[in-house]
Design a protein around this ligand. Sequence first.
Ligand code: NAP
Length: 307
Amino acid sequence: MIRALLFAVFLFIQLQVKMAGKLVIIVTGANKGIGFEVVRKLAKEANNSFLAKELGTQGATIYLTARDEARGQAAYNKLANLSNDSTDIQYATLDVSSPDSVRKFKDLISSKHEQVHALINNAGVSPAVAGDGGSWDSKTIEWVLSVNYYGVREMTNAFLPMMHDQGRIVNLSSGLAKLSALRDRRLKERFQKASKVSQVDELMQEFKDGVRDGTYGSKGWPRLSYTVSKVGLVGLTRAFAAEQSITHPKLLVNYVEPGWVTTDMGGGWASDGDAKDGAVSPSFAAVGDLKGKSGIGISKDSKETSW
Ligand SMILES: NC(=O)c1ccc[n+]([C@@H]2O[C@H](COP(=O)([O-])OP(=O)(O)OC[C@H]3O[C@@H](n4cnc5c(N)ncnc54)[C@H](OP(=O)(O)O)[C@@H]3O)[C@@H](O)[C@H]2O)c1
């Protein structure tokens, strides 16, 4: 009798493990820099992470994605040897600024997996190396926003229906994107109070309109496209978190400030280490113990940080 009971318990546990399956993790813009190092780090650590234990998963499938197939495949080849019995790295092409590419990628993932456990929106562009500057015109601003803001919005909207209830969405912001970057009190307040994605969309549209007709300065926007794109991204993160808190209270949507690190974007003078150091906080936000917090900022030291 006791033997039969123990056997039944054993079978039940096996079934649970099988049902929980592998963690499915997506990293955008991962052919180089921080995203590449996040894939490397998670390939080594995701399987034994807090999230894996919380969800009872066994192993991980990590999608290294890139907008350019040749660059993506080359990056994948460098990490392919990290795949083993429990963890595998897959490559897929994904341009986050192209709705068509996002849709194709979503179709690919949904044909292979029922759920996604962590989406790391890392892909980003800056019009000038190491911060702001560069061209200031509508075309440039559209491009920066199409990746740093709208790309994250498209990816999040595409994958929200597939996210595990206790999954994670991690957005790569910047220490430059503090609210203090906006001098205008009313703009600050509107960003701070925005609890719907549509409200943040409205703000970003006003910024674009202001650049187009030259009124951005008088309306309180700084002449800093990268910074504004990332302020928008923080607003977007908080708004998604607020919206999801009603229907999916355990889905954690957060942003990270990875530090100023030496990558093609960060430049050679960065003072917070290299891309491996930059990968620490996004990886923590994706699979570490966040104490159930959503809608927060996480610093390069993986501590909660204010906006
Ligand atoms: N480095 C820093 O000090 C720092 C500081 C704060 C925040 N961040 C943020 O961290 C993230 C990663 O930055 P990084 O320093 O690693 O920069 P990076 O080395 O320049 O890498 C950026 C990545 O994004 C990709 N990308 C650009 N446009 C894309 C698109 N439309 N679709 C898909 N991928 C696209 C790039 O692909 P290609 O190679 O094809 O261009 C590249 O893989 C960015 O969001 C950045 O804003 C970086």
